[in-house]
Write a protein that binds this ligand. Structure first.
Ligand code: ZN
Length: 131
């Protein structure tokens, strides 16, 4: 039996919750611009992770509110619960907590080492749609 921590009600039995699938699957900006294959991938294709996985849950027999949770698909342990609309506070590959602006005021980006050229450009996400 899983004990799930509802952010509004506290720990409750898993039978009070409904699973809502993978978290952070963004609705397409322009659904009509997608091919049938892209639309099908949006609707049906989800990550099948072994390890940490960000999911949506609803406390359907309690406060009826939705929230996100990070669950380990191997152990079923829910390590983090966070509100809908917020980015995942955990690096799903390492399990380490990601520093956010709320953690340390305006110093959200931790600086790298001194003198090194360790630019983290690979974390930049660029989206250019429909040119
Ligand atoms: Zn609740």
């Amino acid at each position: 039996m899983l004990l799930i921590e509802c952010p509004n009600c506290g720990p409750r039995d898993e039978t009070e919750f409904h699973y809502g699938g993978q978290a952070h699957v963004a609705y397409p900006e322009d659904p009509y611009a997608l091919t049938d294959k892209e639309w099908a991938e949006y609707l049906f294709y989800r990550d099948n992770t072994r390890g940490l996985y960000a999911e949506r849950w609803s406390h359907s027999l309690g406060c009826r509110k939705w929230f996100n949770a990070v669950r380990d698909t191997v152990t079923y342990e829910i390590t983090t619960v966070y509100p809908m609309g917020q980015p995942c506070p955990v690096d799903l590959r390492t399990g380490e907590r990601i520093r956010t602006a709320a953690d340390s005021g305006s110093d959200a980006e931790a600086g790298g080492g001194s003198g090194g050229s360790s630019n983290s450009a690979d974390t930049t996400i660029e989206s250019e749609v429909g040119r």
